[in-house]
Structure formats: structure tokens, C-alpha cells
Design a protein around this ligand. Structure first.
Ligand SMILES: [Zn+2]
Length: 227
């Protein structure tokens, strides 16, 4: 009986370590092929931040030109090319967008949460998240990861700055698709922490991100993204 208890305790202790060793950031990031009811299509990126929850840019779920919603979208996690990925999800999901672009594009609200019907995170793993304070964001370096249109991962590493209570910016932008994570992952941290999603860039070469705020996290929690 004691031996069984010891074995059970060891499993409990070792399980999180095993999960940690298996974590591959690219597997938790999806290339999204979004098809809208207006007929437009676009490629995007999104990142898992819970067992069922993914965050992305709102304009991957609503057409920013015509304010029309998705017709369908496939999620290619850990994509390597147009035909190869770690895990593909084409099932049902719910989503909440912070802008439908009915008054034109607005980067400040260009964020959305997807909640999958299945626990996709069991296959892909997921990032941690942080509601970053202004001083924290202004002092830290971060990575931006997103797929390009060949579905190859693009990485940008930079110091980032607060633009306002909803947005950050940084010098240098990834040429990848929008919606991928802006995250910290430093020595001593077991998992990367998403602080924003990549939304856009300007002609001077600055990248912009929509911050992960308490509102977004609370909505995702209420919608079951962390269940
Ligand atoms: Zn459209």
C-alpha cells in the first residue's frame, strides 16, 4: 500500500515536469486560414492560452473591409508548410471579438478570443499570459511570433513600449501574418507569457500589438477557455 502511494506521489510530482519538457511554442501557435461571408480570405496567426482558449486579432474573425463575419476557418497548429502541421483543428468553436469593424478598422480593439469545443490544448500545449503593467512593459524585451504566408514561423525580438492602455508598439515588425503572440520568456520562467497580440505595423517599421487586458481574460474565463 505504501509503495503504491509513493508511486502515485511520484507521478503527481513528475507530471508537470513532463508537460514542461514537452512544450514546444510553435505547436501552440496556429496558422489560420480565414474565409469570410463577403468572399474575402486572409491568413492569420493565433496562440493557445488555455486548454480550449486561443487569442488572435479580431480581423482574423471579421473582415476588416466589409465588417462581415467568418464563414469558416481551419487552425493549423505548428504549421511547417501549406500541407504540413503538428495538429489541425477544423471543428466547432465560439468566438468573441472586441471589434466588428462596422465603423472601419480600429487597432485599439483588434483582439478576439476563440473557445474551441474540444480541449485542443491537450494536443498543442498553451502559453501562459500576463496583464502587463505599463512599467513592466516599458522595461522588458519580448518576442513576436507569427507565420508568414508560406506558413513558416517569423520571429522578431525587441524592446516594446506602451502606446496607451490597450496598445503597445516596438521597433521592427515581423513580416508574418497578424494575430500571433507578443510574449515574454526569460530565464527562470517555465512558460512564455503572452502580453499582447500582433495587430499591425506602420510605414516607419514599427509593429503594434493589442494588450491582453483583464477584460479579455475575464471574458475568456467566463466562456470556458481555461476549463
Ligand atoms: Zn470582405
Amino acid at each position: 500500500m505504501k509503495k503504491q502511494l509513493l508511486a502515485f506521489t511520484l507521478i503527481l510530482i513528475l507530471l508537470p515536469l513532463a508537460a514542461c519538457a514537452d512544450f514546444t511554442p510553435e505547436h501552440a501557435i496556429a496558422y489560420m486560414d480565414s474565409h469570410f461571408t463577403c468572399g474575402c480570405e486572409r491568413g492569420g496567426s493565433g496562440v493557445m492560452i488555455g486548454r480550449r482558449g486561443l487569442v488572435t486579432a479580431a480581423h482574423n474573425l471579421y473582415c476588416e473591409k466589409h465588417a462581415r463575419p467568418l464563414k469558416y476557418c481551419n487552425f493549423h497548429f505548428g504549421a511547417k508548410s501549406a500541407n504540413s502541421c503538428w495538429y489541425k483543428y477544423s471543428g466547432k468553436f465560439a468566438y468573441k471579438v472586441y471589434s466588428t469593424f462596422s465603423n472601419g478598422y480600429d487597432a485599439r480593439d483588434d483582439i478576439a478570443a476563440v473557445v474551441f469545443d474540444s480541449p485542443v490544448g491537450k494536443e498543442t500545449g498553451w502559453f501562459g499570459w500576463r496583464v502587463g503593467t505599463d512599467s513592466y512593459i516599458n522595461e522588458e524585451y519580448c518576442n513576436v511570433l507569427s507565420y508568414d504566408f508560406r506558413r513558416h514561423m517569423q520571429n522578431e525580438f525587441s524592446i516594446e513600449y506602451v502606446l496607451n492602455d490597450r496598445q503597445i508598439y516596438w521597433s521592427g515588425w515581423s513580416s508574418g501574418t497578424e494575430g500571433g503572440p507578443v510574449y515574454f520568456w526569460q530565464e527562470g520562467m517555465d512558460y512564455p507569457e503572452v502580453i499582447a497580440v500582433y495587430t499591425s505595423h506602420d510605414s516607419s517599421g514599427n509593429g503594434y500589438g493589442r494588450r491582453l487586458t483583464n477584460n479579455v481574460i475575464n471574458d475568456m474565463r467566463a466562456d470556458g477557455a481555461f476549463n
